[in-house]
Design a protein around this ligand. Structure first.
Ligand code: GLN
Length: 296
């Protein structure tokens, strides 16, 4: 329940109401910026301006939902990722900044190809909002990008983002590699579910689709399925790049190595946590692992 008067609330009063609801000032400013279709700087300079009745009512509703822990991205229906503004809803995971590390790694892999990225076949397994697939397509227009998800509602969100951003990608429905039988790729990326059921973090993530967060076998089941299926779906020398949990890098490196991947390596995120691990689909010639920091 909100105690806000719903007519002629000024911006300053709206911010004060947010404060009394325990909603962060930045979140409240971003809600008001979206409602009034103005930049935050405008709000600060015009805090005596009134909200109309509809804006006041929506703001009151959003404050209550935000106070109850609903993520701002779901209230606003959008989230910026790798420079793209993605539309989203609660059927898809909210893209995280850490996942931009995976995208940047994928882009470096494409740039390093002797023939460039022209015609390069890229797949994003478990695409959700389409964040990874669309970011790769945006920065590498000549690549042929496929986005896979088991959820038809998630694929619909990815499809709408693809159209809105004018970034053509192929959508395929199915569980991991099952969605693309007989197809082969030069680069595969995935941010699969990797949190163990019962993990303490899940309480804070209760508004997001649990199927995008939780994996069986202590969080490793989907990483395992993706690695197991990769060799027959990757061209020789093709890369598989995976995001994973903070304590899963060693397991992923070993799993890749025993599956015949070479050049197995891990990148740390900006918090210094081992976050992404990948390797190339070639007969393993070395068992040496490398842990490297993100390029500056
Ligand atoms: N990185 C997300 C989190 O811990 C989880 C994403 C995932 O499971 N792929 O909030």
């Amino acid at each position: 329940m909100s105690h806000l008067p719903e007519d002629q609330l000024s911006i300053a009063e709206a911010l004060a109401a947010a404060r009394s609801h325990g909603v962060a000032r930045l979140d409240a400013q971003l809600m008001l910026a979206a409602l009034l279709d103005r930049p935050r700087s405008w709000l600060i300079a015009h805090d005596e301006e009134p909200l109309d009745q509809t804006q006041g009512a929506v703001f009151a509703h959003w404050l209550t939902r935000r106070r109850d822990g609903e993520p701002l991205a779901y209230l606003l229906g959008e989230k910026e990722f790798h420079g793209l503004m993605l539309r989203l809803d609660p059927s898809v995971l909210i893209p995280r900044p850490e996942t931009e590390l995976l995208v940047d790694w994928g882009l470096r892999v494409l740039e390093a190809r002797p023939s460039g990225s022209a015609g390069c076949r890229v797949i994003d397994l478990g695409t959700g909002s389409g964040a990874i697939a669309l970011s790769i397509k945006h920065d590498c227009q000549t690549a042929e990008v496929t986005a896979v998800d088991a959820s038809p509602t998630a694929l619909a969100v990815a499809g709408r983002n693809s159209q809105a951003l004018n970034l053509p990608i192929t959508l395929a429905r199915g569980s991991w590699w099952d969605a693309v039988p007989d197809q082969c790729f030069d680069l595969a990326l995935a941010n699969p579910p990797y949190i163990a059921a019962g993990d303490d973090h899940l309480a804070a993530l209760r508004h997001e689709p649990q199927s995008a967060l939780i994996a069986l076998e202590n969080g490793l089941a989907d990483l395992d399925r993706i690695i197991a299926g990769a060799p027959v779906h990757l061209a020789a020398g093709g890369w598989l790049l995976l995001e994973h949990g903070h304590d899963q890098a060693t397991w992923v490196r070993q799993r890749l190595a025993v599956s015949g991947f070479t050049d197995v390596q891990t990148l740390r995120d900006l918090a210094g946590i081992e976050r992404c691990t990948g390797g190339r689909a070639l007969p393993a010639t070395t068992s040496a692992f490398r842990v490297v920091s993100p390029a500056v």
